[in-house]
Structure formats: structure tokens, C-alpha cells
Design a protein around this ligand. Sequence first.
Ligand SMILES: Cc1cc2nc3c(=O)[nH]c(=O)nc-3n(C[C@H](O)[C@H](O)[C@H](O)COP(=O)(O)OP(=O)(O)OC[C@H]3O[C@@H](n4cnc5c(N)ncnc54)[C@H](O)[C@@H]3O)c2cc1C
Length: 410
Amino acid sequence: MTAYDHVIVGGGILGASIAYHLACDGAGRILVLERNALASAASSRAAGLILQVSTNDTKTALIKRTRRIIDILSDELGEDIGFHAVGSLRLAASEARIEDLDGMAAEAERHDIPFEWIAPEEARGRAPWLDIAMVRKVGFLPTDGYVDPYLLSMAYARAARARGVTLRPNTAVADILVADGRVAGVTTAEGPIACESVIDAAGAWATLLAARAGYALPMAPVRSHYWITEPDSAYGGDHPVVTMPDASAYTRPDVGGLLLGIQEKNSATFDARDLPEDPNAFSPTVGEEHWDRLAEASDNVGRFFPGVHEARFANYIAGLSAYTPDGKIVLGPVPGIDGFLAAAGCCGSGIALSAGIGAAIADLAQGREPRYDIAAFRPDRFGTVDPFSTDFRDRCAASRATKSRRVQRL
Ligand SMILES: Cc1cc2nc3c(=O)[nH]c(=O)nc-3n(C[C@H](O)[C@H](O)[C@H](O)COP(=O)(O)OP(=O)(O)OC[C@H]3O[C@@H](n4cnc5c(N)ncnc54)[C@H](O)[C@@H]3O)c2cc1C
């Protein structure tokens, strides 16, 4: 008999959510192996935006589930996970972005997600620092908001543990054991662990793990970053999340200040083989001045947020997200190895997608048809790739530049 039914590699938000969903199904003995502390990599650095309407129908459904699970977890744990239900404003200043916004309104209606058209003046009423001179159309989604990503990750983990999942931090997986085309277990420094299914939820390192089993996952680590001002009454209190796709930027409130995130045209991308095992031992902005990156974007952002030039930014947070060339997740069975599943390549939306991904993987791991149509996310959709090559990594980085756009116009 195997030691575990399901072994999940990676104790970030995806590993924790998958464990929680498997445990909710009573799926047997479940083990999460994390080589550092739980939620110590991307899942503790995210801006935590939960914007429910995506550029893809299934992604919208996956995110909608997360919005619902946040309330369920709060009830289960008997404490507030701290979802900030401030809503989100989406601004459009160009024909292409108006077209996107019209598409999003239709998508919101299809998924029964509240969406309101509001006048630009009303948007400024909600976010007083906005310059609306160029803004032509605004959508407001009142049930969107943001969450502390670490608290949500740990809420999944704690709820999973309460349902019998074993969480083992400080335990690295060295290898995937495969016998007769089927996964047989994993190896750690303490020895092999036999199991029926292995789920690769190793974040930016997921490619390395899959490569050990001989499969090249189509994703690459790409830098994401944001700046936070010191507390300043100019930004108001609990104003909505604001997305400005014409400026490839977003904001949200942060303890009395303003958090500003920017999607660069050419985000830094890395060879996963060069990443250290400890994310805290690595800065994706090494050798560069992050103020230069902010200055480059300031004119563009300043069209909507003129205060960007004088804002007193006090904090800078950078981390790695795994991106794919088409901006879609890598989710599903790894071809050629029965029982090996991948849940990675979240393209900067892993917090928002977490519950939907957890549910879909729980279905697959138990041999069921996934409850969501995840065919578009299958790992082999690009054919054979070299995820470490510069050309492939550049394609992944380019998909970050157009992340929040429906109509891809580079
Ligand atoms: C600056 C920034 C802002 C972001 N903002 C948002 C946002 O607003 N909204 C949103 O939805 N998403 C956002 N994201 C993206 C989000 O953080 C990620 O998509 C999400 O955290 C991915 O979760 P994960 O569990 O896959 O990865 P991670 O949290 O990175 O976890 C993977 C874990 O696997 C472990 N691991 C790797 N290899 C092994 C091994 N061999 N053995 C054992 N353990 C291993 C690692 O130590 C790590 O802890 C942002 C990301 C960044 C960097």
C-alpha cells in the first residue's frame, strides 16, 4: 500500500488550495511538501487583487469560486480572512480598451457578476486622485476587491490541516518516481514517499520539478513588482482597486497609502535553473534601479494619476510569477506520466484563481472530469518547447505586458 494517496509539491497558495479541496472531498491521505516555510514565495508577495472578470471564460469561473471560498473559509475557521470588498474601477481611454470593457461587461453578465457603468466624474468621486480628462468609459465591479495573499494562503492550509491533511514544511522534493509510465512517488532527503498521484504546484520552480520527470512545462519566471506610498490622506480611505489598462497599471489602497503596480513592456525574465531554492535569497531586480522602472512608466501612468510624479513611495515589493506565451495557466495532466498533474503558470493571477484551480485539480486527481472546462490550459498546447531558452522566456514576458487586455495589441 502507498503511504499517501496524493502528494502536493509546493506549499504556496495553489498547493494549499488543492490540499483543501481534496480534503473537502474526503480524497484519502494527502501530503503537502514545501521546502521552505508555507506561503513564503510568490504567495506572500502578491498585491492580492481579486478581479473576477477575466479575459477568459473559464478563468472568470475559477476566480468567482475564490471570491466565494473566501467567505466559506472565514466561516470554517471562525475568523475574518480580511477580504477588502472595495470594488474595482476599470478605466478605458482608447477604442481598443473600450472594446475590452464592453466585452467584460458582457462576460460579467454571463457569469452573474455585478457590473455597473458609471460616469468618469463618479469614478473620481470614488478615487479622488484620478485625472479623468482622457477617460471615456468606466466600469465598476462592486464585488471585486483585494485580500492579504499570505492570510488567504494560510487559511487554505489551516483549513486543510483541520480536515486531516499533513503539511510538511522544510522538506524539499528532489525527484519524481515514475514506473511503467505512472507516477509512483517522490523522493526527499529523508527517503522516498510512495503515492498514487503527484501534483506539481511548485510555482516558479514547477518547470524544474517536471523536468526531473522528463517533461518541459511551457512557462517561465517573470518579474512582477509594485510600489507603495507612505500613508497619505490624498488617496482617501477605502477607495476601489483601479485598473488602467491604457497605462498598463493598477492601484489599490494599502494601509492609508496607495499601492501602484505596473506591467512593464519588457519585464525581466529568468532561467528557472538559475533561481535559488530560497526566494528570500534572490531579488528579481538585482543590478537594476527599481526607481528607473517607475520613472519610465510615470508619464504614461501620470495621464490618469498625475500625483505619481510627487508621490512619496516608501516601499517596493518584487517577486516572480510564472507566465506562459498565451497568458493562460498550465493546468492538467502531464502528458506521458499517469497520475502526474501540473498546477502552475498562473500569469500573475494565482491568488485570484486559487480556489478554482484547487477544485479542478481535486477532480482530476480523483479521476473525475474537471468541473470547469480547462482544455485551453493543458500543458501540451504549445507542442514541444524549451522553457529555458531566451526566445521562449521573452514570449512569456511579452504576455505580461498585455495581461489586462482582451484584444491583444502590442
Ligand atoms: C509582485 C507580485 C504581485 C502579484 N499580484 C497578484 C495579484 O494581485 N493577484 C493575483 O491573483 N496574483 C498575483 N500575483 C501572482 C501570485 O502571487 C502567484 O500566481 C501565486 O502566488 C502562485 O502561487 P503558487 O502556489 O503557484 O506559487 P508560490 O507561492 O511561489 O509557491 C510555490 C512553492 O513551491 C515550493 N517549491 C518549489 N520547488 C519545490 C520542491 N522541489 N520541493 C518542495 N517545495 C518546492 C517553493 O518553495 C514555494 O513555496 C502576484 C505576484 C507577484 C510576484
